[in-house]
Design a protein around this ligand. Structure first.
Ligand SMILES: Cc1ncc(COP(=O)(O)O)c(C=O)c1O
Length: 391
């Protein structure tokens, strides 16, 4: 089976971790410090604070960037649930805006519509999904106009850029995840980056029991720290990240070249101002003979229109499995339709593009470990999926 993700652990990675094991310094020490400096420099930020996961980096950012309980923050519903859970954990209310069709990320037009109606909104949490940056030029213009605190969820966008600037470096804080499926990994792990000294100081305290000096606890904090074991692995992975991202891009180009003519499928698009790092290579199943979905008035109507597409997608997943090709559906249900969010009344938001994307998307393997014959097999398997299923 060609896996959808394949963490790349080299002999050098193992040696770096072994060296830490033999040093006796297993907690947060010199490796963490170097990893923080190197990663922040890579992103183009002044400070990096390594954490135990992307989720804890995000939770820390939401806590310390100046948001208060009850504040409202605009975000995307088409993401992994941790993005908006970080708001709920801090009693901040997500306001869901619909996504851009091409990038799957927050649509600045929709964000503006919401801000015009609700100018008291305090923040914005854009996500750079699948390795492609959101339109940070327009989103940052809106943030300036409406005085918004911006926290970027770049958990899937290590090395991605927009207009030559790296994802994670636009807002007051940006966060990354080093979970094993990501473009680089430390096992579990995350990083908060910022160029604001005060934000960095507060983040550092919050992830370390609110500690200012030796057993001086100034604010309520957690243990969200990273370890030298994770950091040693992270430093090695970071040193290969740009080459690995280039390999992902090459693989994506190959897949797009071979799959773009299929009339039942839409290949991912890279916007010209973006450098896409293809954390995922995500295609859409195009609904053939389905003209009325644009007129659908509500979620249930839309769901019926797209139920057929979902059934075809299930068949495609099965078909790929038979061919030995792994795939993934990221994400089958937008956040505002998740049971937790429904219970809290968030399904009142209407985000038809996010809702239809959830029915259409399918991610194919694109990771750097794919061989030429793997790529050929993926193309063959997808191409021979009978389009009759889609009619
Ligand atoms: C968009 C997004 N945000 C946040 C996270 C949370 O990161 P972690 O799994 O490292 O806690 C993830 C992880 O998959 C993610 O994809």
């Amino acid at each position: 089976m060609i896996p959808i993700a394949n963490p790349d652990i080299t002999e050098k990675d193992k040696q770096a971790v072994l060296k830490v094991l033999e040093s006796g310094m297993l907690a947060s020490g010199p490796e963490v410090k170097k990893f923080e400096e190197e990663f922040a420099a890579f992103v183009g930020a002044d400070y990096g604070i390594a954490t135990s996961s992307g989720t804890t980096a995000l939770d820390t950012a939401v806590q310390i960037c100046g948001l208060k309980a009850g504040d409202r923050v605009i975000t995307t519903p088409f993401t992994f649930i941790a993005s908006c859970n970080s708001l709920l954990f801090n009693s901040v209310k997500p306001v869901f805006a619909d996504i851009d069709y091409t990038t799957f990320n927050l649509d600045p037009v929709k964000v503006r519509e919401i801000l015009e109606k609700d100018p008291e909104i305090k923040g914005m949490l854009p996500v750079h999904l699948f390795g492609q940056s959101a339109n940070m030029t327009e989103l940052m213009e809106l943030a300036e106009e409406y005085n918004l605190i911006v926290i970027e969820d770049a958990a899937q966008a290590h090395g991605a850029s927009h207009c030559g600037r790296r994802a994670g470096s636009f807002g007051q804080a940006g966060i990354f995840s080093f979970y094993p499926t990501k473009n680089m990994t430390t096992g579990e792990g995350g990083m908060l980056v910022t160029s604001d000294a005060n934000t960095a100081r507060r983040a550092r305290k919050t992830i370390n029991h609110g500690r200012a000096g030796d057993y001086q606890h100034e604010v309520l904090g957690y243990n969200f720290r990273s370890t030298d074991l994770a950091a040693a692995l992270g430093r090695q992975q970071l040193s290969r990240l740009e080459d690995d991202n280039e390999k992902r891009r090459e693989n994506a180009r190959y897949l797009t070249d071979k799959l773009k003519e299929l009339d039942w499928l839409e290949v991912p698009e890279e916007r010209p101002e973006n450098y896409h790092v293809y954390h995922q290579y995500t295609v859409r199943l195009r609904p053939l003979n389905l003209e009325n979905h644009e007129k659908a008035q509500d979620y249930n109507e839309l769901k019926n229109c797209f139920a057929k597409v979902e059934r075809c997608r299930d068949q495609l997943v099965e078909h790929l499995k038979e061919w030995g090709v792994g795939c993934g559906i990221y994400y089958p249900l937008p956040a505002h339709k998740q049971p937790l969010y429904r219970k809290r009344g968030y399904d009142r938001y209407s985000c038809p593009r996010a809702e239809t994307a959830a029915s259409q998307v399918l991610s194919l393997p694109v990771h750097p470990a794919l061989s030429q014959s793997d790529l050929e097999k993926i193309v063959k398997a997808v191409s021979c999926f009978s389009k009759k299923f889609l009619r």
